[in-house]
Design a protein around this ligand. Structure first.
Ligand SMILES: N=CN[C@@H](CCC(=O)O)C(=O)O
Ligand SMILES: [Zn+2]
Length: 424
């Protein structure tokens, strides 16, 4: 049995309370529900009580001896960060392509010439379960060191039933064996594999008739995602794939309007997707429709940064009433980072978001984007005891002193898993 943990005297305890029922929008994204000189009691893996330190002192004085006490004086305490969009489970790296892009090649040119997603697909197909597990676990350790306690992970580098299942099984094992929780998404429609180059519709049929039913039958994923992009999957193919997934209980997500405007945001709204992700080139009409339909925009400013493209217009989306979440998009081609703190910095610097908005986007709205807001994303009694402590005094300094990992302590399920910036 783990001891209770009592976090005391946080200079700012950003609880993000009050947003669990529906994604936070508009001015609400600036409301962090901060408690100064804040205090949290964690017990049996749950948050038991949250409030001013003087209030918890009254309640827990007699039990102080039982608890592991963490003095958070001068520090910022937030919900454990949540990354709602990653391609965590993959083999190999693509620094050669980075160099090619720096020399003028484009992301899509590289992919159309057999590199890009195809290169990682070949490496992932060739890797054993054990090799994939080891490589992905290293990345997951780094996520934890950067304050992240829950990660969404997509398949999509197998592109055969067997290899997609291999990726999803690695994710399932990581979820079981690693402190970070994983939420799985099936993304068999990440690219048309080379062997189907001349018959893309036959591959779409395979995804629909064989892959989706089997992944759902084995309960290996909760979400279904597709790369809707000119030269990859058309909006019509994407719609078929997402509707087929929904019939099997897989909730739709979509990689939309990343490289070119392609009516992905409009499609997300039309089918009621949980989220539309990327949106660098989303149209004003698409943004409006997403706001009306309540589709969450999962914005990935690291991808725009690394692809040297103009970022999604987070400011415009928030002002239009779209609920915004942010994510690393961790993958070996377009965003090989594991740093949610850096992503929050980029949210401010490249997407016009405020320090408060990026924290909302990386916690409670990220929880909504993976349908976990009833469990995580805020520091409220009854929720899972996932908490991150930063060695900065307030949420503004977290963005101001950019590019640095300020994570000091991470508590996952009520257990201290990072202390003094190192894995315990
Ligand atoms: N755009 C599609 N998929 C990934 C990149 C995958 C890769 O390049 O390996 C993304 O979200 O950016
Ligand atoms: Zn992605």
């Amino acid at each position: 049995m783990t001891r209770p943990v009592w976090i005391r005297h946080a200079s700012q305890l950003a609880t993000l309370a009050g947003g669990s029922l529906s994604p936070v929008t508009g001015e609400g994204m600036n409301e962090l529900s901060i408690i100064e000189d804040g205090s949290v009691w964690l017990e049996n893996g749950r948050i038991e009580r949250v409030g001013a330190d003087s209030e918890l002192e009254e309640v827990y004085r007699d039990r102080a001896g039982e608890a592991e006490i963490i003095d958070a004086s001068g520090r910022l305490v937030t919900p454990g960060l949540i990354d709602p969009h990653t391609h965590l489970v993959h083999a190999g790296t693509r620094q050669n392509e980075f160099n090619m892009r720096l020399n003028g090649a484009t992301y899509m040119e590289i992919m159309n010439n057999g590199g890009g997603i195809h290169a990682t697909t070949a490496a992932t197909r060739n890797a054993s379960h054990e090799q994939l597990f080891d490589q992905s676990k290293k990345r997951l350790d780094l996520f934890l060191l950067h304050g992240v306690t829950t990660v969404e992970a997509k398949s999509g580098y197998g592109l055969t039933l067997e290899d997609e299942i291999k990726q999803l099984e690695v994710a399932k094992r990581l979820d079981a064996e690693h402190p970070v929780d994983l939420v799985s998404t099936f993304m068999g429609a990440h690219a048309v594999p080379r062997e189907y180059k001349e018959h893309p519709d036959a591959f779409v049929d395979l995804v629909i008739s064989e892959m989706i039913p089997e992944v759902a039958r084995r309960k290996l994923a909760e979400f279904n995602d597709v790369f809707c992009e000119r030269g990859v999957f058309t909006p019509e193919q994407s719609r078929r794939i997402l509707e087929a997934g929904a019939l099997h209980g897989l909730l739709p997500k979509i990689h939309a309007d990343e490289i070119e405007p392609y009516e992905g945001a409009e499609l997300a709204a039309a089918i009621g997707a949980v989220s539309a992700d990327h949106l660098l080139r989303a149209s004003d009409r698409g943004i409006q429709r997403m706001a009306e339909a309540g589709v969450i925009a999962v914005l990935l400013p690291g991808t725009a940064f690394f692809l040297m493209a103009e970022s999604a217009n987070g400011r415009k989306m928030i002002d239009a009433g779209v609920p915004v979440a942010i994510s690393t998009d961790c993958n070996p081609g377009s965003s090989p980072t594991v740093s949610m703190p850096l992503i929050m910095n980029l949210g401010c610097l490249k997407m016009g978001m405020t320090p408060a908005e990026v924290l909302t986007a990386a916690t409670i709205n990220a929880a909504h984007a993976i349908r976990r807001a009833h469990e995580i994303g805020s520091i409220e009694a009854g929720k899972r005891a996932d908490v991150t402590i930063f060695d900065v005094p307030d949420f503004m300094t977290l963005q101001y002193r950019y590019g640095v990992n300020h994570v000091h302590t991470v508590i996952k399920n009520g257990k201290v898993v990072v202390a003094g910036g190192a894995l315990v």
